[in-house]
Design a protein around this ligand. Structure first.
Ligand code: B12
Length: 592
């Protein structure tokens, strides 16, 4: 049972009214500044522009930009727009990929871990970027929802941005070494209140896959999350929220149905539909097929029911690294041609199935919202207080919310209570099956050796990416390894403590944000302080932007990780062969 004293144990929390007033008061001196996009199209905000484009029947295009180096990012902002314009393609908006470290207050940033994204060191640097081309600046990540929410929102408005995110990140992202979720929530409430007080219709952007949706098993709960966020942003704080979906929506029917259901709940245009990037792997040829498959659905969705979402042709190199300018231009040109070629196909499609599924999503989503609000209220949370509600949702997390309040039936199983799904979101179950399949494929002798060692493993991720961990978890559980879950977005010092307390035989880390090396150095120091030496397996994206880089792109750091005493694993098989060796050593049978 959820209880207020467990969710919000603090004696004093900031008063929501005071935070809202502080945010609104700032609107006296913080305004939307002009930028080439607003000037070129003669609009007061992107929402107005989007409505006009929807009226013309246009399908809008979105591209992500943001390299570590601000100068390179400015060049990209100008060049991509100019090259596409030469080909007769209008790029409507740029999603600007700020770095993870931009989520810290400015004075803390220099000392904090950096990811692979763009670092803008002043409000002026925000404005200099959006000044490079008449393309709508969308400051989508690491603004709202972070400890730097207010200061970054002020900078984004000052750069002429009228679409600012990312509320989804508020619920699931944790900055390393930052545990003060009260400040994060307070800054988020103030930032949204400042936005609400602007005369223009500013979109508070929320990428659902950055929030709880990426780990819900029932897509109806993702729709329910939309309704809850709408209640907080629109009803309690008086601003406009605009949702993005797409990363994990691989089933074409669900992708279309979700757009339909979202459109039925919306009050303002959607920001963008994200590329279905979880389909991408190392093979670029097959990535092109993936690109075409999701873009066609998104183009059809916009043509048949314009919802304002710009479509996002993600470069086919995205699983490998941050795409270069040429690769971004290629993906946009691909989309431009597909737009021309696909128009006649619209006559072949029948939306009835998608409309049926959209109804299920809406029904389940509303039920989820009502269950959550009622359940939290019963637990003692004041659900008419935006601050309390935000913090309670964040602290409770997706899994607990879905298990307690999901719209499906609750079923008892040997592994505990499980919610049935109204509309299955297969992302997690596919990953679990992948882990179990890897265990089943294992050579019999290797399997027996690992099972007989009865290992205990401590598992964690360094950041929000948890899919690699889900695969590893299911594989190890099937091999009889006892698992101690140290959690998501964990700090190295905490991981060392948990591994020690569990008496772990090895540590398995999944990492994606380009911080692997720094993380391993700190982990090794903490383990040494605790007098512990255990094998550390690390997989995911083992790269980092070198300090002296002139390309601002991350490079592989596997060799450095190995030198630092970790075992880099580009695939799961790398860990399995080392585990078998470890098991033989432990049992005294020697190595092979
Ligand atoms: C899904 C995804 C997300 C989801 C994560 C959802 C979730 N809850 O897990 C969301 C949308 C939230 C997300 C957010 C971000 N993401 Co992301 N994301 C991805 C994506 C599309 C897939 C990664 C994934 O999970 N794959 C599934 C796993 C199972 O497959 P795999 O990676 O191939 O893993 C295999 C092996 O590596 C290995 N493995 C993995 N871990 C481990 C561990 C061990 C011990 C072992 C042995 C093996 C092993 O086994 C796996 C199974 O075969 C990639 C791009 C891509 N297509 O790869 C970007 C990517 C990883 N993301 C990236 C970035 C930059 C971000 C953000 C910072 C973006 C932003 N501006 O907000 C944020 C993260 C912020 C934060 N606070 O951490 C970058 C990383 C850049 C880099 N390091 O070069 C990538 C590469 C995209 C890109 N090119 O820009 N992301």
């Amino acid at each position: 049972m959820l209880r207020r004293d467990r969710i919000l144990p603090e004696d004093h929390l900031p008063a929501a009214d005071g935070l809202i007033t502080a945010g609104r008061d700032l609107a006296g001196r913080v305004h939307v500044a002009p930028c080439p996009f607003l000037t070129e199209y003669g609009v007061d905000c992107e929402a107005t522009y989007k409505r006009a484009r929807m009226g013309e029947g246009a399908v809008m295009l979105h591209a992500q930009v943001g390299y570590r180096d601000a100068e390179k990012s400015r060049r990209a902002y100008a060049e991509i727009h100019a090259r596409l314009a030469q080909d007769g393609i209008r790029l409507d908006r740029y999603g600007i990929c700020l770095d993870w470290s931009m989520g810290y207050p400015a004075d803390r940033r220099p000392h904090m871990p950096r990811g692979t994204g763009l670092i803008l060191d002043s409000a002026q640097a925000f404005a200099e970027l959006s000044a490079c081309a008449p393309v709508a600046p969308h400051f989508g990540d690491f603004v709202i929802g972070t400890p730097a929410a207010l200061e970054n929102t002020i900078a984004a408005l000052g750069a002429g941005a009228t679409s600012i995110g990312n509320l989804g990140q508020y619920f699931t992202f944790r900055q390393p070494h930052w545990d003060d979720d009260v400040t994060t929530t307070a800054e988020t409430v103030k930032a949204i209140a400042l936005i609400a007080a602007q005369p223009e219709e500013i979109l508070v952007h929320s990428n659902l896959d950055d929030g709880f949706a990426a780990t819900f098993r029932d897509a109806a709960c993702a729709l329910g999350a939309v309704l809850i966020e709408r209640y907080i942003v629109e009803d309690l704080l008086g601003a406009h929220v605009s949702h993005c979906y797409g990363h994990t929506y691989s089933d074409p029917l669900l992708r279309l149905a979700f757009q339909r259901a979202l459109a039925a709940t919306r009050s303002c245009p959607g920001t963008m539909v994200y590329g279905n990037t979880t389909l991408y792997g190392k093979d670029q040829a097959s990535n092109y097929a993936a690109l075409a498959s999701y873009l066609l659905v998104d183009i059809y969705a916009q043509r048949s029911l314009p919802s304002g979402h710009a479509v996002n042709p993600v470069p086919v190199t995205e699983a490998e690294r941050i795409p270069e300018v040429d690769e971004i231009v290629d993906a946009q040109r691909f989309a431009g041609r597909l737009l021309e070629r696909s128009a006649p196909l619209d006559a072949l499609t029948d939306g009835a199935k998608a409309d049926g599924q959209a109804q299920q999503l809406l029904h389940g989503g509303r039920q989820f919202r009502d269950n959550v609000l009622e359940g939290l209220s019963t637990a003692g949370i004041d659900t008419s207080n935006a601050f309390e509600l935000l913090l309670s949702l964040r602290r409770t997390g997706a899994r607990e919310l879905e298990t307690q309040f999901g719209p499906g039936e609750l079923r008892d199983t040997p592994r505990g209570p499980v919610r049935e799904q109204l509309v299955t979101s297969a992302t997690l179950s596919d990953l679990e099956s992948k882990g179990r399949a890897l265990a089943a494929e294992l050579d019999r002798e290797q399997r027996a050796v690992i099972e007989s060692a009865a290992f205990t493993a401590c598992l964690a991720t360094t950041d929000v990416h948890e899919y690699g961990k889900v695969v590893v978890e299911n594989l190890l559980a099937d091999l009889g390894v006892a698992l101690v879950d140290a959690g998501i977005s964990i700090d190295p010092e905490v991981l060392a403590q948990k591994a020690r307390a569990a008496g772990a035989d090895f540590i398995a880390i999944s990492t994606y944000n380009g911080v692997a090396l720094e993380f391993i150095h700190r982990l090794q120091r903490s383990l040494a302080d605790a007098g512990m030496t255990v094998p550390i397996f690390i997989g995911g994206k083992l790269n980092q932007v070198p300090d002296a880089s002139n390309t601002s792109l991350p490079v592989d750091v596997s060799a450095e990780l190995r030198r630092a005493g970790a075992i880099p694993c580009h695939q799961i098989a790398d860990m399995l062969s080392s585990l078998a060796t470890l098991a033989r050593e432990t049992s005294g049978a020697g190595t092979v």
